[in-house]
Design a protein around this ligand. Sequence first.
Ligand code: GDP
Length: 298
Amino acid sequence: MFATLSDRLADTFKNLRGKGRLSEADIDATAREIRIALLEADVALPVVKEFVGAVKERARGEEVSQALNPAQQVVKIVNEELVAILGGETRRLRYAKSGPTVIMLAGLQGAGKTTLAAKLALWLKEQGRSPMLVAADLQRPNAVNQLQVNGERVGVTVFAPEPGNGVGDPVRVARDAVEEAKRTLHDTVIVDTAGRLGVDAELMQQAADIRDAVQPDEVLFVVDAMIGQDAVVTAQAFLDGVGYDGVVLTKLDGDARGGAALSIASITGKPVMFASNGEKMTDFDLFHPDRMASRILD
Ligand code: GDP
């Protein structure tokens, strides 16, 4: 991931090495390379423009440091700007002060929500919590079953609609699940919701209805890192239609350049909180903006 960006920046900085001070021409040359690299990494155009503008501004205003050569100085600026856009510090989950913490997942079909739900449940279990999974994706025929299978794999209870009781009504399933969690003393409820392949008004409304019914402590937007430029449109549509507190990037094990992370964080202002990077239940971790930025620059 980000190979092109890293290589390009490395080349640019190689050309800058040995110069005592960044001239305006140096800054322009660097900015050009960063712009091309970000576009190749599938970062959305408005985000690229803003990012490059910010880097140029800082590079110009920066005193020439005694400790760093100009190349190192630009790397430092680019790194700091990347970290800042990616959310700064890792944003941790906020747990409810009393009663079960409700985490709702939203995103397009195929984004990796159902897989992520189980991964998150396992991760929470390892943190000493007692999670419960809720199958409120009643749109995709196999989603309930898939969640049950994954729940079994990670040893977490799955709340699913029983025949004749809430079938076809995801809002009711989600509401019942929270009540069940209270009764059974599960401290975290993870609600998997339905998505379609494209943004869809009806399902967006369904997600909003589930949100209103269970008042989640956290709504997480789950997005496939491989969708590149489309990420921005989808992220904005879910922000307008459902609203969310944080982002989970999936399929970071693929060859996505990671532009989606930068674009979504920049356009929505919402932090990327978790990263999913494989099909195994343990391929999941907190998202670390600084590590991602270093990875971009290494
Ligand atoms: P949903 O429709 O959003 O619930 O998506 P699923 O959880 O069913 O995932 C869609 C496909 O992506 C499945 O084949 C998953 O195995 C796969 N998948 C999910 N997360 C990851 C990941 O982090 N890496 C890879 N390589 N595949 C993933």
